[in-house]
Design a protein around this ligand. Structure first.
Ligand code: TYD
Length: 229
């Protein structure tokens, strides 16, 4: 593989600006200043044709049993990773993804009370693939959100917004090397600047690890850098 891909996931509560930041970062990375990279922008749920159908099933107007909901997200993830994300990484692209496994851990595992099994199910679904970097866009839950149009999952979990915010931060604290927490309660260009810094640093660290490994310095080899640790 001449130029290994790089995988960045954006996580955080609804309404923190993930989609905006994904788009700004994509524009930057495609530009000469950002290295003129090939960039794939994608999302969960709904990043594939099948995923769009699964997303409709998840957002189903009426109640969905929490375990069924968790399995629908896992099914979307399995298909998305196998048919879109892994091939893009293998072709050397940068993949920018709106939500991944941490959303399942926080929403289904935490807010829905399903616990640790959710992470195992998600990892199984995704064949253990973990991103190079997860950017957690963090801000105080915004009460104004409560009056906006919410999807079924948001409606049913918004009362736990504070708990979910803490859960994302706890995930990030567990593995500082693979996460960056960015204060999202600022204007979009300030947030974007921090996101770029975090991504450039993570790309540099991975390149340095790969160079160390190649030089036989004893550093851990990274066969598939985005693979399971
Ligand atoms: P998202 O596409 O981010 O919402 P929006 O279209 O409003 O930006 O996510 C849809 C909902 O799915 C959101 O409420 C978060 C929830 N979700 C989970 O509960 N678990 C998951 O694993 C994922 C990926 C999303």
């Amino acid at each position: 593989m001449a130029d290994a891909g790089f995988w960045v996931v954006f996580e955080g509560a609804d309404g923190v600006g993930k989609t905006t930041q994904v788009d700004l970062l994509a524009t930057y990375l495609r530009s000469p200043a950002g290295g003129g990279r090939e960039v794939l922008v994608t999302r969960e749920p709904g990043g594939t044709e099948l995923g769009v159908e699964l997303r409709q099933a998840i957002m189903h107007g009426d109640h969905v049993a929490p375990r069924a909901e968790a399995l629908l997200y896992a099914a979307d993830r399995a298909h998305h990773i196998a048919t879109k994300v892994r091939p893009a990484l293998e072709s050397g692209a940068v993949v920018l993804q709106d939500r991944y496994l941490d959303s399942s851990v926080v929403y289904q595992g935490g807010a829905r009370g399903l616990g640790d099994e959710v992470e195992r199910i998600s990892l199984w679904a995704a064949e253990g693939l973990l991103p190079d970097l997860t950017v957690v866009l963090d801000m105080e839950p915004d009460p104004a959100r409560m009056s906006r149009d919410l999807d079924r999952v948001e409606r049913e979990t918004i009362a736990k917004a504070g708990q979910m915010r803490r859960a994302f931060l706890e995930r990030a604290a567990l593995d500082r090397g693979r996460y960056a927490v960015v204060d999202a309660a600022r204007d979009r260009s300030a947030v974007h600047a921090d996101v770029v810094d975090a991504v450039v640093a993570a790309m540099g660290e991975r390149a340095a690890r790969a160079a160390d490994a190649a030089a036989g310095s004893g550093a851990e080899p990274t066969v598939e850098p985005w693979g399971t640790p």
